[in-house]
Write a protein that binds this ligand. Structure first.
Ligand code: ITT
Length: 190
């Protein structure tokens, strides 16, 4: 098992990543040191900056996860501002904003940032498309899960294993794990 430090304050992300990464041969250890979240307009810029900052601070390789929900009818808002909007508006008021709206398409996106001290960061993205539910449903998952619906079921109503099979986080982590394996193989050959 290869161990990697996951810098995040969000324990839900840690438990999802732990379950997703174990079959891929990776062990996750949470570090709560945090990192400055740039007010950037892409998740990639925020995750890349955070990974570089944390790798240099902790002096070891790290991963971070910057995620958000992008709502079509709101021109992609809140996107990179999802954490702030969750704190200030919350799911109920987001549903109010979409009252009477027929286009309820949205996607969740996760960007994993990875960096080694002194190196450039790498970023790996994953998305899952869905719709914003008409009401809050389910008490599983976290964040926007109870209002994000895929095939008629919200992530808040899905068991962890089900969400982890199709989620934005799963897709980003698989890309990351593949890259790490390829990179290690190259290093061994060299
Ligand atoms: P860290 O930055 O410490 O990792 P955070 O919770 O602040 O934790 P983000 O900035 O990435 O993480 O999160 C943006 C918002 O999106 C936040 O309100 C999360 O609860 C929410 N979110 C992230 N992943 C999600 C998921 O899988 N399902 C639903 N909501 C999610």
């Amino acid at each position: 098992m290869r161990k990697i430090i996951f810098v995040t304050g969000n324990s839900h992300k840690v438990s999802e990543a732990t379950r997703i990464m174990a079959p891929l041969g990776m062990e996750i250890e949470q570090n709560n040191c945090g990192y400055p979240e740039l007010q950037e307009d892409t998740l990639e810029a925020i995750a890349g900056f955070g990974a570089r900052w944390a790798a240099n601070k902790l002096n070891c390789e790290v991963m971070v996860d910057d995620s958000g929900i992008f709502i079509d009818a709101l021109s992609g808002f809140p996107g990179p501002y999802s954490a702030y909007v969750a704190r200030t508006l919350g799911n109920e008021r987001i549903l109010k904003l979409l009252d009477g709206e027929t286009n309820r398409c949205a996607y969740l996106k996760c960007v994993i940032g990875y960096c080694r001290p002194g190196y450039e960061p790498m970023v790996f993205g994953g998305k899952v498309a869905g719709v914003i539910a008409k009401d809050i449903r389910g008490n599983l998952g976290f964040g926007y899960d109870p209002i994000f619906e895929v095939s008629g079921v919200t992530f808040g109503e899905m068991a962890d294993e089900e969400k982890n099979r199709i989620s934005h986080r799963y897709r980003a982590l698989v890309m990351f794990a593949k890259w790490l394996k390829e990179k290690n193989n190259i290093n061994k050959i060299l």
